[in-house]
Design a protein around this ligand. Structure first.
Ligand code: MG
Ligand code: MG
Length: 266
């Protein structure tokens, strides 16, 4: 599960390309645009940068992006439904470059979302940071999940999805260990220097329960309420995790797009 410094730099390259892809998409999101259009932009952008989409063909997934709107939690298939004001768009994207994966998700809010929904996104984003703060040598996987769960469930009353989890990352998209967004302090796999993890809280406004859509891919909240998803790829280090993906390029693009709401941690 531990990567060499050389491998880490290759994963960093793939991860940063995902961040840049999400930032590129953020410049094009507006009412009337379709997920399939954004999907084609993402694929072109990734290929133009000497990489290939990481999700397309993975377990027969048909597209470059997992595009999960509103009550969709994850694994949504991009379609021709035009984006509307007040929509919540969770976009998850993967790349493969030099044989290594990058994997990052960001939930965008169209201008006009309710304060209740905006807060869910702000809290979920902050929970990711709190989880990453636990990703240091000597801690365990359960410490990451505990931090996320306490903040989202205990402090804010949101639903923490149990069925889907974060993961190790490398030449495979999903490597050991699994990184749940719930857990017990001091439990689970011990974190070692240079383990690469994708940490990805999936947090629901209402119930934590989810159901599968008839398309066989999309995971939806059981109660139809909104869900949020933020993901970073990180390297476990002694004092502070090294974050391989980058939200700042996405935030910059959001600031320049009046159709999108800024997501500031709460
Ligand atoms: Mg992902
Ligand atoms: Mg992932």
């Amino acid at each position: 599960m531990v990567k060499t410094p050389e491998e880490i730099e290759l994963i960093r390259e793939s991860s940063l390309l995902v961040s840049k892809t999400l930032a590129e998409l953020a410049g094009h999101i507006k009412p009337g645009v379709t997920p399939l259009f954004l999907d084609s932009l993402a694929e072109e952008f990734i290929r133009d940068h000497g990489a290939v989409p990481g999700f397309k063909g993975y377990g027969d997934f048909p597209n470059t992006l997992c595009f999960s709107m509103n009550s969709a939690v994850v694994h949504g298939i991009p379609d021709n439904t035009p984006i509307k004001e007040s929509d919540v768009l969770s976009i998850d994207c993967g790349t493969i470059k030099n044989e290594f994966y990058g994997d990052q998700a960001f939930t965008f809010a169209m201008a006009g979302v309710s304060d209740e929904v905006l807060k869910l996104l702000q809290v979920t984003r902050k929970s990711l940071r709190l989880g990453i703060e636990q990703a240091i040598v000597g801690k365990r996987v359960g410490d990451i999940g505990y931090a996320i769960q306490q903040f989202c469930e205990k402090q804010h009353g949101y639903g923490v999805v149990r069925e889907l989890v974060g993961h190790g990352l490398g030449k495979s998209l999903h490597e050991d260990p699994e990184v749940p967004n719930y857990g017990r302090r001091g439990q689970g796999t011990k974190l070692m220097e240079n383990m690469v993890l994708a940490i990805e809280p999936m947090i629901n406004l209402g119930t934590r329960e989810v159901v599968s859509a008839p398309d066989g891919w999309t995971i939806l909240t059981r109660d139809g309420k909104v869900s949020a998803h933020y993901e970073h790829d990180i390297v476990v280090k002694k004092d502070k995790a090294d974050i391989l993906t980058d939200f700042s390029v996405i935030d910059e693009a959001i600031k320049k797009n009046k159709n999108l709401q800024e997501i500031v941690e709460q």
